[in-house]
Design a protein around this ligand. Structure first.
Ligand code: RAT
Ligand code: ZN
Length: 416
C-alpha cells in the first residue's frame, strides 16, 4: 500500500467531477407534477418560502397563531417566513440555504435581499420554459412524481386524460388506501369498487382491481407508501390485510417494485399541517421478514431514522430484492448525506441509489441536487483514491459507468 501523489488525486477529482457534470439524473422520488396538472405544480419564490420545511422553522420565531398564519394569502405567509428566517436571523439552516442557492443558480442577486424583485423575475416566466431551465440547471433527465388517486385535486386530471410530458414518470402512492382504510373504503365504494370496511365479500379482489387499474392508467413505474415506525409485517390491522392480500399480490402480478418509506410519525403537531410530521425508529426485522418471504418482489426502501441506517444497509446485503435509496427528509442535509453515503458505499459498494430530491417545489431540485452531488463526488473520490493507493487503475469510462449507476442507472436496472 502506497500513498497517492497530489497529482494522482487531482486526476481522480477531475474525472469524478467531469463525469458528474455530464451525467443526467433520474430523480426517483419527488412531489412535483407534470405541467398538465396546472396549479399542482408548485414553483417560484412564494412556493419556495412556504415550503413546509421552512414553515416549521419560521414558527419558532413568528408571533402569530397557527390559524391566523394559515388564513393569510400565500404571498403574506412568504413575507413572514422571509422576515423571520432571512432578515431577523441569518439563514443558516439547510432549507434556508436552499432558497438562496436556487435564486443564485437562476442568476438573481441574493445580496440584494429584494423579495419583490425575485417575485418579478418569476412572474415573467412561463411554466413550460421554466421547467426546461430547471431541468437544465439541475442536470435532470427525468423525475418520478408521487401520485395518489385519493387526492381530490390530482384524481380528476388523470381521469380526464392528458398528454404526458415524458420527463415526468408516475408512482402509485397508496398512503390514503393503506393508512386510512376507514375513509378510503367508502370512497372506493363510491367509485364503483365493491368493497366493505370489514373486508367482507369481494373487498380484497376489488382493491386489487383498483390498484391494477390505476397502475395502468398512470403507467406507474412503481407502487409506494410511507409508513409509521410501528409498521409491522405480518400485521393484524386493515393495513396489514391490505398489504398482504392486495398490495403484495399486485406487485407480484404486475412485476412492479414496491417503494417503502418507513419511519414517519404523521401529525405530531396537526396545527402545523404538512409541517407537523416527525419520525421514529422502526423495526428492521419487519423489512427482513418482508424481503425473505417475498423474494420474488423487489422493494425500494428508505428509512427516516438515522438509527435505522446501518441495519438497513445490512438488510440490503442479505436480500438482493432490497434496494436502498435516498437520504429522506430529515436526513437530507449535508451532515447526514455524507454519513449515509459513506456508510452505504463502504458496505454496499455501488449497489444503491444515494439520493432523491423529494422536491415539492420544482425549483428545489436545483438545490437538493446541487447540495448532494458534491458530497457524493467527495465520497467517491476518497474511495477511488483508496483503490489507487493499492495500485488499482480506474479508467474515466469506469468512473462514468459508476456515476451513471448512482444517479439513476441502478434504480432503472433494479426495477426493470
Ligand atoms: O419530504 C417531504 O416533503 C415530506 O413531507 C413527505 O412528502 C415525504 O417525503 C413523503 O413522501 O411522505
Ligand atoms: Zn416524499
Amino acid at each position: 500500500m502506497s500513498y497517492l501523489s497530489a497529482d494522482q488525486r487531482y486526476n481522480i477529482e477531475n474525472a469524478v467531477y467531469k463525469a458528474i457534470s455530464e451525467t443526467k439524473i433520474t430523480d426517483i422520488h419527488t412531489h412535483v407534477y407534470d405541467p398538465a396538472f396546472g396549479e399542482l405544480l408548485l414553483w417560484g419564490i412564494d412556493d419556495l418560502l412556504t415550503y413546509h420545511y421552512l414553515v416549521s422553522e419560521a414558527f419558532r420565531w413568528m408571533d402569530i397563531s397557527y390559524d391566523d398564519f394559515w388564513g393569510l394569502p400565500k404571498q403574506y405567509q412568504a413575507d413572514m417566513v422571509w422576515k423571520a428566517l432571512f432578515i431577523d436571523h441569518s439563514p443558516v439552516s439547510e432549507s434556508c440555504r436552499g432558497v438562496l442557492a436556487v435564486l443564485d443558480a437562476l442568476g438573481l442577486d441574493v445580496s440584494m435581499r429584494d423579495l419583490d424583485s425575485y417575485r418579478e423575475y418569476f412572474e415573467s416566466l412561463q411554466p413550460s420554459e421554466y421547467i426546461d431551465k430547471v431541468f437544465e440547471i439541475a442536470n435532470l433527465d427525468s423525475v418520478v412524481m408521487t401520485n395518489d388517486p385519493f387526492d381530490d385535486l390530482e384524481r380528476p386530471v388523470w381521469l380526464a386524460g392528458f398528454e404526458r410530458d415524458p420527463r415526468f414518470h408516475a408512482a402509485l402512492r397508496m398512503d390514503a388506501l393503506l393508512n386510512s382504510w376507514e375513509t378510503a373504503a367508502p370512497k372506493l365504494k363510491q367509485w364503483g369498487y365493491d368493497v366493505s370496511v370489514d373486508f367482507s365479500g369481494e373487498t380484497c379482489a376489488e382493491v386489487r382491481r383498483f390498484l391494477t387499474e390505476w397502475i395502468d392508467r398512470i403507467d406507474a413505474l412503481y407502487m409506494a407508501v410511507s409508513l409509521p415506525p410501528s409498521f409491522a409485517y405480518p400485521e393484524e390491522s386493515p393495513r396489514g390485510r391490505l398489504f398482504a392480500e392486495c398490495v403484495l399480490p399486485v406487485a407480484r402480478e404486475t412485476n412492479l417494485a414496491l417503494g417503502l418509506m418507513i419511519g414517519v410519525k404523521r401529525q405530531v403537531n396537526p396545527d402545523l399541517k404538512l409541517a407537523g410530521d416527525a419520525f421514529g425508529k422502526s423495526d428492521i426485522s419487519v423489512i427482513e421478514c418482508l424481503c425473505r418471504e417475498n423474494q420474488d418482489i423487489r422493494f425500494i426502501v428508505t428509512m427516516l431514522a438515522r438509527d435505522n441506517q446501518q441495519e438497513l444497509i445490512v438488510a440490503s446485503r442479505k436480500f438482493r430484492n432490497l434496494h436502498v435509496f435516498g437520504c429522506w427528509w430529515y436526513l437530507n442535509s449535508p451532515f447526514f448525506i455524507e454519513e449515509l453515503t459513506r456508510m452505504r458505499m463502504e458496505w454496499l459498494g455501488l449497489s444503491f441509489t444515494p439520493q432523491h430530491s423529494d422536491a415539492r417545489v420544482l425549483d428545489q431540485v436545483i438545490y437538493k441536487w446541487g447540495h448532494s452531488l458534491p458530497i457524493i463526488a467527495d465520497v467517491l473520490i476518497d474511495k477511488y483514491a483508496n483503490l489507487a493507493a493499492t495500485g488499482w487503475q480506474i479508467s474515466e469510462e469506469e468512473i462514468k459507468r459508476d456515476i451513471t449507476g448512482l444517479l439513476g442507472g441502478n434504480f432503472w436496472q433494479f426495477i426493470s
